[in-house]
Design a protein around this ligand. Structure first.
Ligand code: G3I
Length: 382
């Protein structure tokens, strides 16, 4: 028995070695040469968040997986305001330009993420030379310059923008961000107006986590209706979907998909992942401010994922994709938040330094068993 185990391990190491030699040929193959993007062709786009190392080809195995299985990409970090305009007026488009060029060269639908977000925004954005909050007019002007420079720079190339990210709390109240506190709730409509002026043909989205929560669902519906009443263009709603094996319930997620579909906008699952690790908090959130101290018992699968947990992950992904397929008429894109477990933000959130398994491809960039199942589910759906 032990010898068979060793033999299997040796074979899988050989496979990884072969993949390293010839990345384009083997990593992303599900075993039958089928791909996720083909299986979901005509249903919705199959997207993935990518980072700079993948675009540059430093992470060549991840790049192969992207090219083989996905037809849409979103920037994990390189288009956030702190990256694009670290100092006032000093725009740096080098990584973002490469990201967009990679998308164009590989015929991928390119989404920009994100124009207005309280996190990863540079300090200067909100403060004057003495470190005090700027006035409403100044912040509006800075927001306008940022949005219009960025959207204008990528006009015609970025097909959709997350214009505003995470502006509403789970209970439906407005997040007390600097944008809200200094400008007021109309910072949202102003952001959409500015983006539209810079590229009228680009799709414009509102994006948030925990969209399954009733309070947030109702507030987002109200906010979108308000924009629609005023004739402000909003094309879609992004539901991030940072999930666990049990959260959110399919029923809650479905209630939000249905509520958003009724608005007549596109619905997108934008940042899908499924954590298999224990949550040190009772509450599930993707709020980057949450963090807990590392403890061994919070990191139960440091070496490998046991079969039972792997099976649970497969089942959970299948339940979610079956839900998405039921609403394929209004869901335009389902995107996972990263290529392989190795690079997932979940390894460091909400506890730094754990080993999580939230994505579709493992640490060797090989498809997990769930990939084949998802391909079958896509093919079976008429
Ligand atoms: O770029 C710096 C690098 O210079 C430095 O050496 C390194 C040291 O830690 O940090 C690098 O920045 C990190 C950045 O990712 C790029 O790797 C930040 O520390 C780290 O905080 C940042 O995390 C990102 C997080 O957003 C920040 O808010 C995650 O990668 C990214 O996956 C995550 O994505 C967000 C979505 O944008 C919005 N929805 C929630 C989602 C998960 O938090």
């Amino acid at each position: 028995m032990k010898q068979i185990g060793l033999l299997l391990k040796a074979l899988s190491l050989c496979l990884v070695a072969l993949c390293l030699l010839d990345a384009n040929h083997c990593v992303a193959n599900d075993g039958e040469g089928k791909t996720l993007k083909d299986a979901y062709n005509g249903k919705f786009l199959i997207g993935v968040a990518v980072n700079t190392r993948q675009v540059d080809g430093v992470d060549s195995l991840a790049q192969s997986v992207i090219k083989q299985h996905f037809n849409a990409i979103v920037a994990e970090n390189c288009m956030k305001s702190g990256m694009l305009q670290p100092k006032q007026g000093a725009f740096n488009f080098s990584d973002a330009d490469k990201f967009v060029a990679f998308g164009e060269a590989n015929n991928l639908f390119v989404t920009g993420h994100c124009l207005v977000w309280h996190s990863q925004a540079p300090r200067w954005f909100f403060t004057d030379k003495d470190g005090n909050d700027v006035s409403r007019d100044t912040l509006i002007a800075r927001m306008k310059t940022h949005i219009q420079t960025v959207v204008g720079h990528f006009k015609g190339k970025v097909k959709g923008w997350d214009v505003v990210n995470e502006a509403i709390e789970d209970d439906g109240s407005y997040r007390q961000s600097k944008f809200y506190k200094i400008i007021g709730e109309d910072f949202i409509e102003l952001a959409f107006r500015f983006a539209y002026e810079a590229d009228p043909d680009c799709e414009l989205y509102y994006n948030d986590y925990n969209m399954n929560k009733q309070g947030k669902r109702e507030a987002v519906v109200k906010m979108v209706q308000n924009l629609q009443k005023k004739g402000i263009k909003i094309d879609g709603i992004g539901m991030q979907a940072h999930c666990t094996l049990t959260y959110p319930t399919i029923a809650d997620e479905e209630a939000s998909i249905e509520a958003f579909c009724r608005l007549g906008v596109k619905v997108m699952i934008t940042e899908l992942d499924v954590s298999v690790l224990p949550n040190p908090f009772e509450y599930n959130t993707a709020d980057v401010n949450q963090s807990a101290e590392y403890k061994e018992k919070l990191n139960p699968y440091g070496k490998e994922l046991p079969d039972s947990a792997s099976q649970a992950l497969t089942n959970r992904y299948l339940d979610l994709y079956h839900l998405f397929l039921r609403h394929k008429g209004c869901i335009s894109r389902v995107a996972v938040w990263g290529v392989s477990d190795k690079g997932s933000w979940k390894n460091n959130f909400p506890v730094w330094g754990r080993t999580d398994y939230p994505l579709l491809f493992d640490r060797n960039y090989l498809p997990k068993p769930v990939v084949k199942k998802l391909i079958e589910a896509g093919e079976a759906s008429k």
